[in-house]
Ligand binder design. Structure first.
Ligand SMILES: [Zn+2]
Length: 538
């Protein structure tokens, strides 16, 4: 049977319909959240869908012509299908930085990104429509007629856009002004704009691309067949003495207490700022030898974990990883485009949302997920928690702490700790749900403390030598799932005032994953003294 020929215009319209409709579920669901479909909005939303479709036709109609029709439309379908997966699943916008990440990703990491759901998107939205496209014979009725018809189609699109934009002017003005982030979800227009930017700027080499290798001998022994799932939470500006688990008079940690978490009460930070403490925590050097300037030139804990075969992921709701995650998969959760839990600002718990899918998508190897919190970032503590967590009142509602009493500042600060307790409680819930298939553990450690008016000092960042204890003494919390039965929790709890520091993190995490390397020092592993030799489990 001879198949009916179709014009280039028909194929173009069909491909754009697939992309505009099915490839943009994330975009349209965000639009509907910003503009609920009721009353006057309804017609405007309908017009937006039409404008969106017309823009796609305009954009691709300029290239998908003649012999280029099928190759261009195929590329459009395949690229949009992958981009749609990231937008719908993670709210990850494929911007310039993401493209740089993708380009610099090694094969191992690229394979990490391939999940069954991604394949489903690729096949259903990319491969299947492309195959259908190639099965239809393309009609060609001479340059003159084809050009005229294409010009006619693009003209109609332009006209439609103009008419709709004028008719719903107010809606479009508010759409473009107040909801800037929505535009970045338009698939694949935004991706193409980013790619153009990326190509223009050239590929910037990572500043630390040639970091010196450490612990090259790291490996997980073959007899370790149980999989570990570790959530490593890096806190922000949290003080140990504001945690009820450490004896604070206010109940700032109800969920951690309920979960049976173990809080160490004598743990000291490497530095008094995020930029020093975070890279130092992951470095094998220890605070005595750590130099922030040299941190980028040497690998860190995360590189060792990855080399040993663990799946490593860094999620960030703070400024960034300060170089610690330079060579591991990284996602920022700072904007509503990436984080699904945002009110006045994007919340730490948004980082937990995509984790179950990530865990399910990695059926082999240990998993270590770093969650870098916004936590108690000052001075606007009152912004660091949703309204429901405003338990201690009155609170300071100014960034200028001088305008508030110490009591008001402390109240806002404690509310933010209460929200961190809630966040950690939810992280533990996630681990509990995975307890049957993993040895699960939560490790929480703050990067530094905070001054809250003692001695007239506020915030943090004083040189270590002169910094008050409040900036250096940090909360450190462990929670273990049922399969970590080899750790004697009662003994650890009894000795919770033993002195430790950020220097212990490197070795403690290696110990949790049972990684063998000559760089591991058992005497620096906080948990080593509490491991019971359980008779062979087999
Ligand atoms: Zn910090």
């Amino acid at each position: 049977m001879l198949r009916a020929e179709r014009s280039g215009n028909t194929l173009l319209l069909a491909a754009c319909l697939v992309v505009a409709g099915f490839g943009n579920l994330g975009f349209f669901s965000r639009v509907l959240a910003a503009f609920p479909p009721q009353g006057g909005n309804l017609a405007a939303l309908l017009s937006l869908a039409m404008v969106f479709f017309a823009l796609n036709v305009l954009l691709f109609g300029a290239f998908a012509f003649g012999r280029l029709t099928k190759p261009v439309l195929t590329a459009l379908l395949l690229v949009s299908s992958v981009s749609a997966y990231f937008l719908d699943s993670f709210g990850v916008v494929l911007d310039r930085d993401m493209l740089r990440n993708v380009v610099q990703t090694d094969l191992h990491e690229a394979l990490d990104l391939i999940t069954p759901r991604l394949l489903a998107y690729f096949v259903l939205l990319g491969v299947v429509p492309s195959l259908l496209l190639w099965r239809v014979p393309l009609a060609w009725r001479g340059w003159r007629r084809e050009l005229l018809e294409r010009a006619g189609l693009l003209g109609i699109c332009l006209l439609a856009i103009a008419v709709l934009a004028v008719s719903f002017g107010g809606f479009y003005a508010s759409f473009l002004r107040a909801h800037k982030s929505l535009r970045s979800h338009a698939n694949p227009a935004y991706l193409l704009a980013s790619a153009a930017k990326f190509a223009r700027e050239g590929m910037m080499p990572l500043p630390n691309a040639q970091a010196a290798i450490i612990a090259a001998d790291a490996r997980i022994p073959a007899e370790d067949t149980e999989r570990e799932l570790i959530l490593l939470v890096i806190g922000e500006a949290a003080r140990a003495d504001r945690f009820a688990l450490n004896g604070y008079a206010r109940d700032t940690t109800p969920r951690l207490r309920e979960a049976g978490a173990i809080s160490l009460d004598n743990v000291w930070a490497c530095g008094t700022s995020t930029a020093v403490s975070v890279p130092c925590m992951f470095s094998p050097k220890g605070m005595a030898r750590f130099e922030p300037k040299q941190a980028d030139s040497e690998e860190n804990l995360l590189d060792v974990l990855r080399r040993a075969g663990a799946n490593v992921l860094w999620l960030d709701n703070n400024s960034d990883s300060k170089g610690a995650a330079a060579r591991v998969p990284y996602r920022s959760f700072k904007t509503p485009a990436a984080n699904t839990v945002c009110d006045s600002e994007c919340r730490d718990e948004g980082m937990l949302v995509p984790l179950q899918e990530y865990i399910d998508g990695h059926p082999r190897g240990d998993i270590v997920i770093v969650l870098h919190q916004m936590g108690n970032h000052g001075p606007a503590y009152y912004k660091r928690y949703p309204e429901a967590f405003e338990k201690f009142r009155p609170v300071c509602r100014s960034k200028d702490l001088g305008e508030c009493s110490r009591e008001e500042i402390g109240n806002a600060y404690d509310n933010a700790i209460l929200y961190t307790d809630h966040f950690l409680g939810k992280a533990i819930e996630l681990l509990r749900r995975n307890d049957a298939s993993f040895r699960t553990a939560l490790v929480y450690l703050s990067d530094h403390g905070e001054s809250l008016g003692e001695g007239g000092l506020f915030l943090h960042g004083l040189p270590r030598a002169v910094a008050p204890d409040s900036q250096l003494r940090v909360p450190a919390i462990f929670w273990f799932g049922s399969r970590f039965g080899d750790i004697d929790r009662q003994a650890l709890l009894r000795e919770r005032d033993r002195r430790f520091s950020h220097d212990n993190l490197f070795h403690t995490v290696l110990g949790l994953l049972e990684i063998r390397t000559s760089w591991y020092k058992p005497e620096l592993d906080i948990l080593e003294a509490y491991r019971r030799n359980i008779p062979d489990r087999s």
